[in-house]
Design a protein around this ligand. Structure first.
Ligand SMILES: NC(=O)c1ccc[n+]([C@@H]2O[C@H](COP(=O)([O-])OP(=O)(O)OC[C@H]3O[C@@H](n4cnc5c(N)ncnc54)[C@H](OP(=O)(O)O)[C@@H]3O)[C@@H](O)[C@H]2O)c1
Length: 94
């Protein structure tokens, strides 16, 4: 397996899956409210590269759910980036 994508069900991930053979993780396999689990998923899959296409996209609720939005859009991608850096592989955060 070479390319690992977070956000299996989203618009961006759906397009990526149509373009190339990727391993896509849905919320059931990697919940971005748990950044440590996201990093662990990268370490377990040992991909050649990671794309994060998962995001908190309910922008109208982002101010009332600021902590949740910050965890999903900030802390989780940060943990993914650190895991990729540790493995020496590229990380693309959309
Ligand atoms: N679509 C575009 O044209 C476009 C253009 C430029 C940039 N972007 C950016 O690309 C990213 C993805 O956009 P999109 O349009 O694909 O969004 P989307 O269709 O709303 O998909 C969001 C994805 O994130 C997942 N997700 C949300 N919370 C999660 C959580 N706690 N744990 C795991 N997965 C979670 C959703 O899973 P569930 O199905 O389980 O909720 C879904 O798969 C965003 O950052 C967006 O700003 C998109």
């Amino acid at each position: 397996m070479t390319l690992l994508v977070f956000g299996a069900t989203g618009q961006v991930a759906t397009e990526l899956r149509a373009l190339a053979p990727v391993a896509a993780l849905g919320r059931d396999a990697a919940d971005l409210t748990d950044p440590t689990a996201c990093a662990a998923a990268i370490e377990a899959h040992r991909p050649r590269a990671v794309i994060n296409a998962a995001a908190y996209t309910a922008v109208d609720r982002a101010e009332s759910e600021e902590d949740l939005a910050t965890t999903i859009n900030g802390h989780a991608p940060g943990a993914m980036a650190r895991a990729c850096a540790d493995l020496g592989i590229p990380f693309v955060h959309i």
